[in-house]
Design a protein around this ligand. Structure first.
Ligand code: HEC
Length: 208
């Protein structure tokens, strides 16, 4: 009897371990803070402070230092990036995901929510269109190869009108064309793609 119960306990704890492992393996989407490395966040926070809160300037300055290039080269490099094809791979590039998560946290989370669920404080109410766990967005980031490209357009171009509501909240997507560097837009898209547990391989996300 005694032996039996030990065996049951062993069996139970074994399956517990297996379940945990399975959960970790399947967990795919990472929470914002788990995706971000402290170094990436503090470097960008510092750069933003140094560049008077200008996101593109802050980001490009970081690139200048990191790559040992001139400011002009950093701008040219950024402008040379595609507007239709994500140069990063959400499943293979944790650095890009971390940097994208930093962009998300600083510039998107107030509206789209810390969990990317469309429940940010600057929206008048939770909006399905701003929820990246919404089926249509998940579907878009995986099966429909045009989505990342469409997201790039939406993020840079916003929607036609971006007037705040009378209480200062927003019901429309603002344009980030003059705010973010092109690379930052792709990084944040990469982070959004990383949220999709169904996105098992990057081939499907390369929007070719
Ligand atoms: C001031 C609020 C606000 C901020 C900040 C904001 N968004 Fe949005 N965004 C919205 C709203 C509102 C919608 C939903 C529009 C709708 O439902 O039609 C939206 C929709 C979107 C969509 C979906 C477009 C579509 O048609 O599927 C994408 C992609 C998006 N936002 C990305 C971002 C990213 C990335 C950032 C940060 C760089 C960001 N947004 C920052 C308010 C915001």
């Amino acid at each position: 009897m005694h032996q039996y119960s030990i065996r049951v306990v062993a069996l139970l704890s074994g399956s517990l371990v297996a379940t945990c492992l399975a959960l970790v393996a399947c967990s795919g989407p990472q929470s914002l803070d788990r995706a971000i490395t402290v170094v990436d966040e503090s470097a960008y926070t510092q750069a933003l402070a140094d560049q008077k809160n200008d996101p593109a300037e802050a980001f490009l300055t970081m690139r200048v230092e990191e790559l040992g290039i001139s400011a002009e080269q950093a701008v040219a490099r950024d402008q040379a990036l595609s507007t239709t094809k994500n140069p990063f791979k959400a499943r293979k590039d944790p650095v890009a995901v971390s940097r994208g998560a930093v962009v998300y946290k600083k510039h998107c989370a107030d509206c789209h929510g810390q969990n990317a669920d469309g429940r940010g404080t600057r929206l008048p109410e939770a909006l399905a269109g701003a929820d990246f766990h919404d089926f249509s967005h998940r579907f878009a980031s995986t099966l429909h190869h045009g989505a990342p490209r469409a997201w790039f357009r939406k993020i840079t171009g916003g929607y036609t009108a971006e007037t705040p509501n009378s209480d200062g909240t927003f019901s429309e997507m603002p344009a980030f064309n003059d705010t973010l560097a092109r690379e930052q837009v792709w990084l944040v898209i990469t982070y959004l793609q990383s949220l999709d547990a169904d996105l098992q391989d990057d081939a499907r996300a390369e929007n070719e």
